[in-house]
Design a protein around this ligand. Structure first.
Ligand code: ADP
Length: 486
């Protein structure tokens, strides 16, 4: 049970649906997350920057008032400065100290250090003329310690400046935390909504992309269950359309193969039954008639023998054909003298040709050595020449011509016989096809010879063509590569 579940999970992870889902989801979510982190950082940074700029303006305004009001000279009494300090500390919750150049704290919004000498390093530095700015992000505050400078005329009519004290302000930045929280919350809500949207989109895309494949899968499943007429015509994407087109062709081919297998089986049964039926009729007529003359016995038994020969011829051809159709059939390729094979074949068939007074001519343009299976090639030549004699007229000719180029050798078997009509030319390589069945019984053909011949030629990576005209004759052209490449 657990194993099944694990297998299902692995299967789902490996599926296109899951991959599309993950890719689309990541394509939306990742950029959004990166952007939202960036937006968060930038807006917090801007907020702090603006705040510090505001502080700086406030500091300058306060410094200007302290100097212009002569705050440090007039016993630290100025309505304007006091109001400004009160407003500033109220608004920003900051601590403000004014220190004179004797390092004595003259004003402190927290009152605790008034009249005391400031020992703050930053204050001392600012009385020395330095502008101090400290930003402490950990403890959330910023500190300013800035010199209070007045300009005084010099004896030579120029201007000099002297430091009369320092202004120290400590601003709390606690509100930055609040701002960060608020922005973070908005960003999180936006991110969550976008992630939900991304997941819905990703799911939609994965279903959409997967739909044609699912349909195709269902169609294949139906075909596997034997519903051959079910064909899927996927038009959603051009790739799927191409696959479904190829798939339809495959189904069509399978249908044709199935049909031709059925035809083959019914042809085989019929062909094997015909001689048996004849034998039965002959035997029964002998058995049914008493006192049959000796000569009639002889004649009928001869006929029965012929039918037995025919039956065995059909079986031999069938076995040859089945052997050839096996994809792993062995062919014994060797370098063979083609001229010699043809001469032997013609010599063997000469007596049959002479029976019909047919002239056998062999035209060889050059000696040819090629890689072929000697026995199988001999049976190709035998079958073609035998047919050329069988389907020839008395006193006709059969010309066997042999030629080659740098790549192939060509065997032509030309006869002056009955010829084959155009529509039948396409069918002569089919198993059990015979143009004239009645005549075939006399000539003794099985209708398998050319099917075997074609199979052998194809096994040699060659081709076979036919040219014929009814009443004029037929030419078969076989082309086979000189070098066999497995
Ligand atoms: P078969 O054993 O009947 O000769 P084949 O497969 O060799 O079987 O040939 C198939 C059919 O093609 C023959 O029955 C015949 O009708 C036709 N055929 C083959 N060769 C020739 C030819 N040279 N001239 C005319 N018809 C031919």
């Amino acid at each position: 049970m657990k194993k099944k579940l694990a297998a299902q999970i692995i299967n789902f992870i490996k599926s296109l649906k899951f991959k599309v889902f993950i890719i689309v989801a990541l394509l939306i979510i990742l950029p959004v997350l990166i952007c939202s982190v960036f937006i968060y950082q930038v807006s917090v940074h801007n907020y702090i920057e603006k705040k510090i700029d505001r502080f700086k303006i406030n500091n300058t305004m306060l410094k200007n008032s302290i100097i212009s009001e002569g705050y440090l000279d007039q016993n630290n009494e100025s309505q304007v400065v006091d109001t400004q300090i009160a407003q500033l500390s109220g608004e920003y919750n900051c601590r403000i100290q004014v220190i004179n150049n004797q390092y004595t704290v003259v004003t402190d919004t927290e009152k605790s250090e008034i009249g005391k000498t400031s020992i703050s390093e930053n204050v001392i530095k600012s009385i020395d003329g330095k502008n101090i700015f400290i930003e402490n992000e950990k403890e959330n505050y910023v500190e300013f310690a800035e010199p209070l400078t007045i300009a005084a005329p010099t004896a030579d009519g120029g201007k000099t400046s002297s430091i009369v004290g320092a202004l120290y302000i400590h601003y709390s930045m606690d509100d930055v935390l609040l701002y960060k929280d608020a922005v973070g919350r908005y960003v999180m809500i936006a991110d969550t909504l976008i992630i939900i949207f991304a997941l819905i989109m990703a799911w939609g895309c994965s279903v959409l992309f997967n739909r044609p494949i699912k349909k195709m899968h269902e169609a294949i499943e139906k075909i596997t269950l034997g519903q051959m007429e079910e064909q899927y015509q996927g038009k959603e994407y051009s790739e799927v359309a191409e696959i479904s087109e190829e798939f339809s062709k495959l189904v069509e081919r399978m249908n044709m193969q199935d049909q031709s297998r059925q035809e083959f089986v019914s042809n085989v049964s019929h062909e094997l039954k015909t001689p048996l039926t004849s034998m039965k009729v002959l035997a029964e007529s002998l058995l049914g008639n008493q006192g049959v003359p000796e000569e009639l016995y002889q004649e009928f038994l001869q006929d029965i023998c012929k039918e037995i020969d025919r039956e065995s011829e059909i079986i031999t051809d069938l076995l040859d054909l089945v052997k050839m159709e096996k994809t792993d059939v062995e062919i014994n390729i060797s370098s063979v003298n083609i001229n010699e094979i043809l001469e032997t074949v013609l010599k063997r068939l000469k007596p049959i040709a002479e029976n019909k007074n047919i002239e056998l001519i062999f035209e060889s343009f050059r000696p040819i050595i090629a890689d072929v299976d000697e026995l199988k090639f001999a049976s190709v030549a035998t079958n073609l020449v035998e047919n050329a004699i069988k389907y020839n007229n008395t006193d006709g000719t059969v010309t066997v011509s042999l030629n080659s180029d740098h790549q192939y050798f060509y065997l032509k078997v030309i006869d002056t016989g009955i010829g084959i009509s155009e529509e039948d030319q396409e069918r002569v390589f089919e198993r059990f096809f015979r143009v004239d069945k009645a005549r075939a019984r006399q000539t003794g053909g099985t209708g398998l010879g050319l099917a075997i011949t074609k199979d052998i030629v194809l096994k040699h990576h060659g081709s076979i063509k036919i040219h014929s005209k009814e009443g004029e004759g037929t030419t078969f052209i076989v082309r086979i590569p000189l070098k066999y490449i497995a």
